[in-house]
Write a protein that binds this ligand. Structure first.
Ligand code: ARG
Length: 312
């Protein structure tokens, strides 16, 4: 057990008394956190969160966001991360950047012994989202992360941790393409990662409801992953089976309701909802579910995993 450091900004956002929060304790495994469960997490308050266009099939112009409800859900989400050992850091939201709350997409974050901490700025498909990238890049630059800029062509796109997922041991990165990130951007990204000895496994996405890889693949530990097979081309599915000792399957309903968009932390699986089938999988992998309501954010096509970035 150790006492959690508390972020004054979060206290302000949560409107909670620091002395009360100071009493918060969390069980943290004594072994070092690997990349999947880095205890520092960056989030963006949903002050200007809105659904104004249709970037993915979950979004509808008729959707009305309940801002107060979104704020309550986001605060609860942050509390759950904090209770499970995370040190919360926030980036200031920007007027007009309605999707900035989805803090997983603007940069790809990593650390490699001998190379240090780095970020790869994204090239987002939608212009309003692309404007978010500079704010996140600046945030990490100010904290001495190395910025790896990739020379993207005008039709190359790469969307951060939406499409790029670390293997928990840090040896390789799974890279989804087909709806947002493009194959050629992933090839350029793979070249940059190869210089650090990190392998990139390209995966073709074929289900528009799984437009980002983080909707259909979730590493649970070094050996096991949760995935929705219908989201991948046959060749990509075969590659996934090759890389994981245990592949646990979600069905379409589970994947389309963001149950593959969970966060593995402190032996928990933070998910917006649960089915008996998913519960059985988690039990087999020694994880317990924590349910966090993200209904307002799902109107924009994102849930738990999309709303944060872990960083070293
Ligand atoms: N409305 C956002 C978009 O379409 C949602 C992003 C969700 N993020 C994620 N990592 N899946 O870009």
């Amino acid at each position: 057990m150790r006492l959690l450091p508390l972020d004054p900004l979060l206290c302000r956002h949560l409107g909670t008394n620091r002395r009360v929060q100071g009493a918060l304790l969390a069980c943290i495994p004594s072994r070092d956190y690997h990349l999947l469960v880095m205890p520092k997490v960056l989030v963006c308050p949903p002050d200007y969160f809105d659904v104004v266009d249709q970037k993915n099939p979950y979004m509808s112009k008729e959707s009305i966001v309940d801002r107060a409800k979104a704020r309550t859900q986001w605060e609860n989400f942050c509390s759950v991360l904090q209770q499970n050992g995370c040190e919360i850091h926030t980036i200031d939201p920007v007027v007009g950047l309605e999707d900035m709350v989805f803090a997983a997409n603007q940069v790809f974050v990593g650390e490699k012994p001998g190379y240090g901490k780095f970020v790869v700025p994204s090239r987002m498909v939608y212009p309003s989202r692309h404007r978010e990238v500079e704010y996140f890049t600046q945030w990490f630059r100010a904290r001495n992360f190395r910025i790896i800029d990739i020379a993207f062509a005008h039709d190359d796109f790469l969307e951060g941790h939406g499409d790029l997922l670390w293997h928990p041991d840090g040896s390789r990165i799974y890279a989804g393409y087909g709806f947002r990130s493009t194959r050629s951007a992933i090839e350029k990204f793979a070249l940059a990662m190869s210089e650090m000895g990190i392998e990139v496994v390209p995966l073709q996405l074929i289900d528009q409801y799984c437009y980002h890889l983080d909707n259909c693949l979730c590493p649970l530990n070094d050996d096991a992953a949760l995935l929705f097979a219908g989201a991948f081309s046959a060749e990509s599915l075969a590659a996934l089976h090759k890389h994981w000792k245990r592949v646990h399957l979600l069905d379409a309903q589970e994947a389309h309701h963001f149950m593959g968009n969970g966060i593995v932390l402190n032996n928990r699986y933070i998910t917006p909802r649960m089915t008996p089938q998913l519960e059985a999988i988690l039990r087999q992998e020694g994880l317990t579910a924590v349910i966090v309501d993200t209904s307002e954010f799902e109107k924009s096509g994102g849930s738990c995993f999309c709303m944060k970035t872990f960083f070293p």
